[in-house]
Design a binder for this molecule. Structure first.
Ligand SMILES: [Zn+2]
Ligand SMILES: [Zn+2]
Ligand SMILES: [Zn+2]
Length: 747
């Protein structure tokens, strides 16, 4: 458990110690530069009581800003102790950017306060950190606030140990701090200060696209109720159907549109203030349909800086708040660059003169198995480390290709960078390189090795190759499982279910439906999906209908191409001719075992989607099709042996889909999901593993993950999944790093 806020030097550790004694908890508490850490063992009920009393009974002058919990396996502590602090490690000092605290918020809306309507205020409990730090130690001259000289009143607060702004490095006020300006589309200033904010709000109200410089980059803001405006934004941003996130004026406002469980409500209001995926109450709620087409979820977030609070307060309705970039490019952080890059997208620019030193996107979370699951790890989380249970050599891991992020180890901490994005273009590769060099500089890294994916064509792999460091190439799905092991403090042997879209397989095929035996020496493939061809390679990823055809071809051979099995809507005659040649002669058609592509294939077989507009769309829609209705039966499948490995064979399912008639999509989708769960369970049974880990992009799917967790538990296995490290490729750098560290230790 990590507790941040004013919890040091206020008797917090003795308080925790006494409380633990009271409740009979075992474990330890420690102070570190990033807050207070507690590891405690007790029954679920006692732990809940412990958490509750930390909130209610804490020392009067302490202030808890965030309280993060992580579920780990019991260690078997016999006492509760206060441990020695881990020293003044420079590396521990970089905190993420934290949402505005209640005290600062009150001041901003208090007409009698000197910071009334001031959009760039903060204190030691909130505000920018990671996005304004040039170098360590964290002092104002080494932040992007260095050119602002504190006025007398601010300086007094800064030097007063009793003040909330004692040593708050970005401390500022309307007299001495940065200020707002509204620019036109060409970058010419129009108005300043609060007038700028009001004019920006007016423009959004009038249906314009306003680019707003926030904490970690620019957002594009538009009225979420206006279909015409959203369509125009999609056109300008070259973003076809990928859902947009919304910012709501208030917590109560979110609940008017979305359902939210206890966990989801906590996440919404957490200091990380992430985008939370919430189920919509109704689709005719007055929001524009194009926000998230055919999607029963909304990505909702609350304002997290005073600027956003003031702006949303002036608007009073939800807005689309999407990253200020062209589709697939990194988010803009500098106002002049923004005018250049977003000139064709935004009508106006609401900017301020506090420089953003590094881009940090909004984080995305979703509830999973009763806990939080971080899907995109960025603002509020980055660059917090994952604590592992052993000392590591210093390693730099450069991640994979999609949803790239990097990581670096220092002692027993692994720092994971903010989300960088798909390394598809020059701009994102540039962002990748700058994050790598920022990490090297901030943490003064001298890595003993560099870890990367095995895929020879990934830009990140090529970067690793070009470096002078010893290089460790790590198999993609093995890295997923190692990442899940590190997060959960697990040691081998484990069984890792690693399902995703694709990753380089050592046998030259495209892996993605792997179940791996992980031992101290590495991994062995315990099971995989029955392989099928991917006609056209990358093109098959954009066209689920090609996966469907490949599944049929695998089962029926050439007959699949000549009969009525392939929906007439899906292919033209010419297209079929080309695909026939590809499949029969295996031209540009790699073999794959990918569960992601199996999702695609079934989405097309079920006539749900034949082409996608963004990666993972078909799988997402198949999940959405579940529609709350659940059935317990599954499509049939077989598990047979092939050499050392088991093969999860989907052929009976394909045959079943072809023969069934008038089955509602929701039922068909449930049967497909249930089949995957049953496959995982069957393999776990046959391998005799105890600890079963779930990692890979497929485990962003809530139904699949939660059902597999509960089925495994019922069958006596111990399932583990991710919490604060993404299950998708955004978390893979952690696993790469662990593999390289293990190899260095062996050498
Ligand atoms: Zn504050
Ligand atoms: Zn001031
Ligand atoms: Zn992956």
């Amino acid at each position: 458990m990590a507790i941040r806020g004013a919890v040091q030097g206020v008797g917090f550790r003795p308080f925790v110690f006494r409380l633990a004694q009271d409740l009979g908890l075992k474990g330890w508490v420690i102070n570190s530069a990033t807050g207070v850490f507690i590891e405690a063992e007790a029954t679920e009920r006692v732990l809940r009581e412990f958490l509750r009393r930390i909130e209610t009974d804490k020392p009067a002058i302490s202030f808890i800003h965030s309280l993060e919990t992580l579920h780990l396996d019991p260690v078997g502590f016999t006492t509760f102790e206060i441990r020695e602090s881990s020293g003044g490690e420079k590396t521990a000092l970089i905190l993420p950017d934290i949402a505005t605290c209640p005290d600062c918020l009150r001041e901003v809306f208090d007409p009698a306060n000197r910071r009334y309507q001031y959009p760039l205020t903060n204190c030691t409990n909130c505000g920018p950190r990671f996005t304004i730090i040039e170098s360590l130690p964290y002092d104002r001259p080494r932040t992007s606030m260095k050119n602002f000289v504190m006025c007398e009143a601010c300086a007094r607060e800064y030097h007063d140990p009793g003040d909330r702004r004692f040593h708050a490095q970005p401390n500022a006020c309307p007299q001495c701090g940065p200020e707002l300006e509204l620019w036109d589309a060409k970058g010419a200033p129009l108005v300043r200060k609060h007038q700028a904010l009001l004019a920006a709000a007016e423009a959004v109200r009038a249906g314009q696209v306003v680019a707003v410089k926030g904490l970690g980059g620019f957002h594009l803001l538009v009225d979420a109720r206006r279909e015409d405006v959203i369509c125009e934004l999609r056109r300008r941003k070259l973003r076809e159907e990928k859902p947009f996130a919304l910012m709501f004026p208030s917590y109560e406002g979110v609940l008017c549109y979305c359902e939210a469980s206890e966990v989801e409500r906590r996440l919404l209001r957490a200091p990380e203030s992430p985008i939370v995926l919430l189920r919509r109450l109704a689709s005719n709620d007055g929001l524009a349909p194009s926000i998230a087409p055919r999607n029963p979820y909304l990505g909702a977030m609350l304002p997290y800086t005073p600027l956003h609070h003031l702006l949303m307060g002036a608007l009073g309705f939800p807005v689309v708040a999407t990253s200020g970039n062209l589709s697939e490019e990194p988010i803009c952080i500098d106002e002049n660059e923004a005018v250049r890059r977003l000139g064709g997208i935004a009508d106006l620019f609401l900017v301020h003169n506090r420089p953003i030193l590094r881009h940090v996107d909004d984080s995305v979370v979703r509830e999973m198995g009763g806990r939080e699951l971080v899907i995109r790890r960025a603002r509020g989380f980055a660059p917090l480390p994952v604590y592992v249970d052993r000392e590591l050599p210093t390693v730099l891991a450069v991640g994979a290709h999609q949803k790239n992020s990097i990581s670096a180890s220092v002692h027993s901490q692994v720092f994971i960078s903010q989300h960088i994005g798909d390394l598809e273009n020059e701009a994102s590769y540039e962002a990748f390189r700058s994050v790598v060099s920022a990490f090297e500089a901030l943490y003064e890294l001298r890595p003993a090795a560099i870890a990367c994916d095995m895929h020879p064509d990934y830009t990140s792999t090529q970067y690793a190759r070009a470096s002078m460091l010893p290089r460790v190439a790590v198999q993609h799905h093995y890295a997923h499982i190692l990442s899940c092991m590190a997060e959960n403090h697990l040691h081998p042997p484990v069984l890792g279910i690693s399902w995703d879209g694709s990753g380089f397989g050592p046998d030259g095929t495209v892996w993605g439906g792997e179940i791996l035996h992980v031992t101290g020496d590495g991994f062995r493939r315990a099971a995989h999906l029955r392989p099928f061809l991917l006609p056209g390679g990358e093109k098959a990823v954009r066209e689920p209908r090609r996966c469907a055809l490949a599944l049929l071809f695998e089962v029926f051979g050439q007959d699949a191409l000549s009969t009525g099995m392939v929906s007439a809507r899906a292919f033209s005659g010419d297209e079929l001719q080309v695909l026939r040649t590809m499949l029969c002669q295996r031209i540009n058609s790699p073999m794959t075992t990918s569960v992601g592509r199996l999702f695609d294939g079934f989405a097309s077989l079920l006539n749900l989607r034949h082409r996608v507009r963004f990666e993972g769309q078909a799988a997402m829609e198949l999940e959405f099709a579940l529609d709350g209705r659940s059935v317990d039966d599954a499509y049939p499948f077989e598990v047979h042996t092939n050499g050392d490995a088991l093969v999860m064979d989907w052929e009976p399912a394909v045959r079943a889909v072809l023969t069934e008639e008038n089955v509602p999509l929701s039922i068909a989708s449930a049967r497909f999901h249930n089949m995957l769960v049953a496959m995982g369970l069957e393999v776990a049974r046959r391998t005799g593993a105890q600890k079963v880990l779930l990692s890979g992009g497929c485990f962003q799917n809530r139904y699949l993950t939660e059902r597999l967790i509960s089925r495994l538990q019922e069958a006596g296995f111990q399932p583990y999944w991710h919490q604060r490290v993404p299950p998708n490729d955004g978390g893979i750098a952690l696993g790469q790093l662990m593999a390289a560290a293990a190899q260095l230790r062996r050498e």
